[in-house]
Write a protein that binds this ligand. Structure first.
Ligand code: C2E
Ligand code: CA
Ligand code: CA
Length: 685
């Protein structure tokens, strides 16, 4: 029977009430809006336990109808209105309060006044088990959306909740998903594991919602074919709460900017997105005098000011970076864009300019400046914490430098300890990575102007920082003990080089090398020096060990015997930096020395230190030790030294320390040392 547009009174005239009354199938028309039976045949009257139609029409069914049933009926009404719907469901009626379960086919039925009613046809009396009856009831009443789909996603059954929730109960399952691929993913999982759960954005009658869908493979009871049973819950509220919580965790409530937590949890992916060799940077910003404003005007005004600052920062940074508020008056700017034409310094300038105009809060006008610290990624650090720490040091520097300015992080800013730790760990790799090199500074005979030798000076080519001067890593190596390893490398390398000089025809050239106290006192030091010539083919008489005065302090006998042993092998011994330490002249003659190197400070101030220097040179002559003046930079110094019979000079005047090939060049083509003529060759490193 299809939906008809006749009313209860015309039913008899069309079909004939007598005919309908004679049908044993109970049929009745229900007026959903009124909650009353509008018409019923004899069999239906029997089902409802009514003596005649008028009595049944009097019954107000809505009076003790549960809300869920009422809602379901409304849903049916809508379904009938929208399309030619037909449902078969197990219903439990309560004629005169006694439960009676029957299968009913429901169809839409247009009442005389145009409203949508419902034509009900009881199929048969159900004689199912009570549990089956209850489960059928549960299916009807539950708010969980339950639906059965064919393997191809065609809907086979939808419970009332599903019909109410679906934007279109007849549509293909795939049409319900908002995101491309969700449907395929769901079906894929169902086919492979036969049961699954997923959360997806779904088109519903109430708009797009988050649904949690549980699917399971089963068989369609009607066709016996494989089908999928889904139950769905609307978890939009939960999702929204979750998203809100996540948003709150990652954002600063006051300014809406990402916060410290956001930076911490996202920095890795931000950094990963940076292409190699690009100039990324992190800027830390701290407002100057913010505390004063806060104290003066109160926190509410302080908050207002911060919001204004955040807005201005956004303008200044634009699309070039990511702005975050770390807390208080501290902001962070991550600048990843290598293609941007603005350098981090440009951005910092733009920020300072943006903040330069007056702020107005609570009718107060005042100026607020900021200090900024910049650290580069990855040069100044690869982790967020290192970059922030270093940018903070730069920021501190900017504050100390009068505020309202920006500074780049430099190694100098690292605290002693941090720098040491970094240098120490890098140094350990320096030898293996071939980052160390020896440069040679010529020693020149004052009278003949000939190169007599050279001092080997270590150089470190740091992969990131470039050339690190010995003054930065020698003291640290001494402290950590790495100097023993470094010193051993210098000894071996110098010895091998001396052999090469000799092979090149410069067997007279004496190479001096610097010794550290630790290295000198190491247990196997002497043994290694004994076997050095064997290992490298060097001539020990062409190697001179430079030791400092302080190293001579201690158990004198011990040192004397060690020095004597070294001398016996052939090594020369020089006192380095003479004049800066003990300078006990009487002491000097107790040691088997070959040279005495007069410290640069004496040479550079010959006018005042002249007498002392002269005395040192006389002493050298007396005890038969070569006097070597270090750090000779001018002709005047050279002239003076020559006059006072200094033996050798070393200094920028003749040459800076140079790489070995340049030193060889000086050996092959020696420049003339002519003190009176300013034509002296100046070999530059
Ligand atoms: P040092 O032994 O007194 O070496 C001389 C330093 O004076 C060198 O500095 C050299 O470049 C510099 N110098 C030479 N001529 C002049 C000049 O005319 N004017 C000026 N202003 N400076 C001049 P450098 O190479 O930076 O070495 C610094 C110190 O590091 C050395 O002082 C030495 O104590 C230490 N060092 C260098 N290489 C080694 C090494 O292999 N082992 C150890 N233990 N220490 C080393
Ligand atoms: Ca030296
Ligand atoms: Ca020296």
């Amino acid at each position: 029977m299809s939906q008809a547009s006749f009313d209860q009174d015309t039913i008899a005239s069309h079909v004939g009430a007598a005919h309908l009354d004679r049908i044993s199938t109970p049929i009745w028309v229900f007026d959903i809006d009124q909650g009353r039976v509008a018409w019923a045949n004899a069999a239906a009257l029997e089902v409802w336990g009514a003596s005649h139609l008028d009595e049944l029409r009097q019954r107000d069914m809505s009076a003790d109808m549960s809300i869920s049933v009422a809602q379901r009926l409304r849903q049916y009404q809508e379904d009938f209105d929208r399309h030619n719907a037909e449902f078969t469901e197990q219903w439990t009626l309560y004629p005169n309060g006694v439960p009676r379960t029957i299968s009913v086919v429901f169809r839409g039925y247009r009442l005389a006044d145009g409203r949508m009613g419902m034509l009900c046809e009881a199929l048969a009396r159900s004689d199912d088990e009570p549990d089956t009856l209850r489960s059928a009831e549960a299916l009807l009443h539950t708010s969980v959306m339950i639906a059965l789909y064919s393997q191809d996603g065609i809907p086979l059954y939808c419970n009332p909740a599903a019909r109410a929730g679906y934007h279109d109960a007849k549509s293909h399952l795939s049409e319900r998903f908002v995101e491309d691929g969700d449907y395929d993913r769901l079906m894929e999982r169902l086919r492979s594991v036969s049961g699954c759960r997923m959360t997806a954005r779904i088109r519903t009658s109430h708009g797009i919602k988050w649904h949690e869908i549980t699917g399971r493979e089963c068989r369609d009871a009607v066709s016996g074919e494989i089908a999928y049973l889904f139950s769905e819950n609307d978890i939009s509220d939960l999702k929204e709460t979750e998203q809100r919580v996540r948003y709150l965790a990652d954002h600063d409530v006051l300014t809406g900017l990402p916060n410290r937590h956001f930076m911490q949890s996202n920095f890795r992916s931000l950094a990963r997105a940076v292409p190699d060799n690009s100039d990324s940077a992190l800027i830390l910003l701290d407002l100057d005098r913010f505390k004063a404003v806060n104290d003066l005007l109160g926190h509410a005004a302080g908050d207002e000011l911060l919001i204004d600052v955040a807005t201005r920062l956004k303008t200044a940074v634009g699309d070039d970076g990511l702005l975050a508020r770390l807390g208080g008056d501290e902001f962070l700017i991550w600048l990843p864009k290598p293609q941007s034409t603005r350098s981090p310094e440009d951005v910092a300038d733009a920020i300072l300019e943006e903040l330069a105009s007056d702020f107005v809060v609570n009718n107060h006008t005042f100026a607020i400046s900021a200090s900024l610290g910049i650290s580069r990624y990855p040069t100044d650090g690869q982790s967020l914490s290192t970059l922030m720490k270093n940018a903070d040091l730069a920021l501190y520097d900017a504050k100390a430098d009068g505020k309202g300015t920006h500074r780049n992080f430099t190694l100098r800013m690292l605290s002693q300890v941090e720098q040491q730790v970094q240098i120490e760990s890098d140094l350990r790799l320096a030898i293996d990575r071939n980052e160390l090199e020896l440069h040679y500074q010529p020693r020149v005979d004052v009278d003949s102007g000939k190169i007599t030798g050279a001092e080997a000076l270590v150089r470190w080519h740091h992969p990131v920082r470039g050339m690190v001067p010995p003054s930065e890593f020698i003291p640290i190596s001494e402290e950590t003990g790495f100097i023993t390893e470094l010193g051993a490398w210098v000894v071996e390398t110098t010895a091998a080089q001396q052999k090469r000089f000799s092979d090149e025809g410069f067997s007279d050239i004496v190479v001096s090398l610097n010794m550290s106290a630790r290295q000198f006192h190491a247990v196997n030091f002497l043994d290694r020096m004994v076997s050095l010539s064997e290992r490298t083919g060097c001539d020990p008489t062409r190697l001179e060990l430079e030791i400092t005065e302080t190293m001579l302090m201690g158990t004198a006998n011990d040192i004397v015997s060690k020095l004597t042993a070294l001398r016996e092998i052939g090594f020369g011994i020089a006192i380095d930096d003479f004049g800066t330490g003990y300078s006990n002249l009487a002491y000097i003659q107790r040691y088997p020395l070959t040279s005495l190197k007069i410290d640069r400070t004496f040479v550079s101030s010959i006018e005042t230190h002249g007498p002392v220097t002269r005395m040192v040179m006389s002493l050298c002559q007396l005890i038969g030790v070569k006097s070597v003046a270090e750090g000779v930079e001018t002709f005047e110094q050279l002239e003076w030294l020559r006059e006072h019979q200094c033996d050798e000079i070393q200094g920028f005047l003749f040459s800076r320390p140079v790489p070995v090939h340049q030193f060889m060049e000086l050996l092959r083509n020696p420049p003339a040392l002519m003190p009176t003529q300013p034509t002296l060759a100046y070999a530059k490193a």
